[in-house]
Design a protein around this ligand. Structure first.
Ligand code: F6P
Length: 474
């Protein structure tokens, strides 16, 4: 690594690379799962900052290192940290509360203690890594206490926080026994960013009601004279970079190979998700299975490719979901598949960017149906890869992306019949209709890419508290 202190420090639960143990006891690094890494990586590549995070695994004690031109500072986690902080409070308590209670949250005081302790460790590492007056950008629900802890350690820093997932309505957030501590943790930042304006409004309302601070529009006035701003910054992707990859000859050849291997059906449906109960994978496959059952098409007309990236496999609800989907896929394939032509090609694995781009190119209908999702970058990635302006997107109304991609076939994932109609419409839509919708979506995605997202967040972060309007009214 070049130097020990930095002017920009990114703090996220995960590093962009994950250390994986191989069967022979050796290890390798692979890209970490999820949208956060997809978004932040291109931002980091163009800067000279440092990224602090967990390298995955238990007690992985590695020195700071450089990967792909990025300076990385690993934070090790013990088996107890993983159980209490990561699987417990982050993914067993916060994740379901922040996603509309799609699963039942659990509240355990030991999990909370672990969350506090691990957040403190991240804050201390960030305090060590930051130059005098540096900017620190903290990411996501796992680290909501870091802004306040870091401010106590280093009042000279400019601190931004960005939440990649939804922020719940007050009625749900209030269930948290530690609601006040979390709000105070976030208020350590100068700027708190959310995916959607509604989330920022939920936060401001909660701060007023629960912490009692004075607020005006998107500003919170703290008793010590500091101002905090809460606003929406819808996240995006490196659209140009992905399109360039999608246009490459090797990706085109691979896309043709995929279609061939699927038996060259008229239409290929595609789903790509982390295997998570918020993503609505079961409901969408059921809808597809019923369309086959009712004879709207058969496997020569349409097949479904579902990529389910393994995720949080030690958490009970994730294991149950995997079993349910395995059973459903087995049943649909048993009922409707033919030798060499399964109705659903189900892949429980993660793939490199090239393979994903080839899948996006091979798919006629992309199906993204979460019950609740902060943004969903897969929807934007599909649009970025369809440079010829064709292809259809079926998108849940409850994904943040639906606010921008209005020309998708929008669906309510709780309504199976509604979803079936949308899948059928997308399947049968003529070229003119598909192109009209896709062209409009492509304008949105190419004009609002991840670079624009990061720049607008950074500009606002540098600005908060510098205007007269930010000063607390008498
Ligand atoms: O984007 C939401 C998010 O939870 C990230 O914070 C996280 O890194 C990613 O999804 C993948 O989840 P996990 O880190 O638990 O594997």
């Amino acid at each position: 690594m070049k130097d020990v202190s930095h002017h920009l420090v990114i703090v996220a639960n995960r590093l962009p690379v994950d250390r994986v143990e191989l069967a022979d006891g050796s290890h390798t690094w692979r890209t970490s799962p999820g949208g956060l890494v997809t978004a932040i990586e291109p931002v980091m590549r163009h800067g000279d900052g440092v990224w602090i995070g967990w390298p995955g695994g238990v007690d992985v004690d590695v020195e700071p290192f450089t990967d792909n031109d990025m300076d990385l500072v690993p934070i090790s986690m013990s088996a107890e940290d993983i159980e209490g902080f990561y699987e417990g409070f982050s993914n067993g308590t916060l994740w379901p509360i922040y996603h509309d209670l799609v699963a039942k949250p659990e509240f355990h005081r030991e999990w909370w203690d672990s969350y506090v302790a691990v957040n403190q460790r991240f804050a201390e590492k960030a305090a060590e890594a930051a130059d005098e007056g540096a900017t620190v950008w903290v990411h996501d629900y796992q680290l909501q206490l870091v802004p306040q802890m870091l401010r106590t350690l280093r009042p000279d820093l400019r601190i931004g926080f960005y939440l990649h997932i939804p922020f719940p309505p007050a009625e749900l957030f209030q269930q948290l026994p530690w609601r006040r501590q979390i709000l105070e943790g976030l208020l350590g930042a100068d700027l708190v960013g959310f995916q959607l304006p509604g989330a920022a409004q939920n936060f401001i309302r909660l701060v007023r009601q629960r912490v009692g601070h004075k607020t005006h529009r998107d500003l919170v006035y703290l008793p010590d004279g500091r101002t905090v701003r809460a606003a929406a910054f819808p996240i995006s992707i490196d659209a140009a970079g992905l399109e360039e990859l999608a246009r490459s000859e090797s990706v085109a050849a691979r896309a043709a190979e995929i279609r061939e291997a699927l038996g060259n059906p008229r239409r290929v449906f595609l789903g790509i998700d982390r295997l998570d109960y918020t993503k609505g994978i079961y409901a969408r496959l059921r809808a597809f299975g019923e369309l086959l059952e009712e004879g709207h098409f058969d496997v020569e007309d349409a097949v479904f490719v579902q990529v389910a990236v393994p995720s949080r496999e030690q958490v009970e609800q994730y294991r149950l979901l995997r079993d349910e989907i395995d059973r459903l896929v087995g049943r649909i394939n048993g009922d409707h598949g033919r030798i060499g032509s399964p109705a659903i090609s189900y892949l429980h694995s993660s793939y490199p960017r090239e393979e994903m781009a080839a899948l996006y190119r091979a798919a006629d209908v992309m199906v993204v149906t979460p019950y609740r999702d902060g943004m969903n970058l897969v929807a934007k990635e599909y649009v970025a890869c369809r440079y010829e302006g064709d292809g259809a997107l079926v998108l849940s109304e409850f994904a943040g992306a639906a606010e921008e991609l209005r020309q998708a076939w929008l669906v309510n994932p709780y309504d199976i019949n509604g979803m079936k109609s949308a899948l059928l419409e997308a399947y049968g839509a003529d070229e003119r209709e598909r192109t009209r919708r896709m062209r409009a979506m492509r304008r949105q995605v190419t004009q609002h890419d991840v670079k624009a997202w990061a720049e607008s967040f950074m500009t606002e972060l540098a600005d908060v508290g510098t205007h007269e309007k930010d000063v607390r009214p008498a």
